[in-house]
Each structure stands twice: as C-alpha cells, then as structure tokens.
Design a protein. Structure first.
Length: 61
C-alpha cells in the first residue's frame, strides 16, 4: 500500500495501527489499494496479521 502523496510504501506498523483504529470504531470489512504482490508490499505476513479475524474483537486464545 502506497501513500499517494509521497509515493512511498506505508509502513506495516502504521497500517496495523490504522486497522486497529478502524476496528475500535466498529468497522468489520477491510481492503486496501494499491498493493504490490510482486514486491510483497504490504507483506502477506503483515496483511494477514492486520486483517485476521482471530484478533477481533479480542485476540483468540
């Protein structure tokens, strides 16, 4: 995912923080654009962690 103003990739930590903030506001469905699957940006690992149902509304134990 890219910041369209700067053209730079959005750091994984910021992406995860934004997803958590949206979840706290009641959002249940997420998607982003653009992604770059060839360069793995955002990484599959980070995307999975950010969008996992196991972390919503509380971490799965």
């Amino acid at each position: 995912t890219v910041d369209w103003r700067s053209g730079q990739p959005i750091p994984a930590g910021r992406l995860r923080a934004q997803i958590r903030q949206l979840q706290a506001q009641g959002v249940h469905h997420f998607a982003w654009y653009p992604d770059d699957f060839i360069a793995d940006q955002p990484s599959t690992r980070d995307a999975r962690a950010a969008m996992s149902a196991g972390n919503f509304p509380y971490p799965e134990k």
